[in-house]
Design a binder for this molecule. Sequence first.
Ligand code: 5GP
Length: 199
Amino acid sequence: MLSSSQSDQKAATGQGNLVVISGPSGTGKTSICNLLLERLPNAVWSVSATTRPLRGGEAEGSSYEYIAPDDFERRRANGEFLESAEYCGHWYGTPVAPVKRWIDDGKIVITEIDVQGGVQIAKHMPNSCRIFVLPPDFESLKARLEGRKTESADIMARRLQKADGEIAIARDSGCYQHFVTNDVLDDTVDEIIGIITKS
Ligand code: 5GP
């Protein structure tokens, strides 16, 4: 298997690459990723592992691999994640093995991760393409999160509270090469495809 730096060199040659899509909860990252997978023939989806419970509309193995906290910790200690982070009381991580295999196969690997994960990826895979999605404004973020009706009011409030801090970390860390405002979904996806195909 390739080491992270070897995978990253391969990414730099255009044989495959890791694309990181980050942004506050409710910015439309999942819709963006779904359309990227539809429109980029060479793209594959990196299924993250998480300790959070299954949410309405999600399916085991396609949205996430849902695992117990002790299983997550064991795998993390074993070095099975490319990056991992705690978000609103639950752990999330990107399994390293499929990512390396796909990059080796020349695929565009799409991963939707939080800003802490983006910072880790920037360090370990500097040639990856890292995009931070911004909401047009706070009101639309709130409206999207409320419209989802998949979270309790308490969880929604926590996620909204985090948004400003996440945007500040993304900007101050210098870990994201691209910032894209998701106003009209189709336009956003076109813009991101332009970025990915040039990177
Ligand atoms: P949600 O619970 O809404 O699916 O995800 C919560 C946050 O965790 C989102 O910002 C999402 O992008 C992020 N996330 C999902 N998978 C991963 C992962 O594998 N690693 C990291 N660091 N964050 C993740």
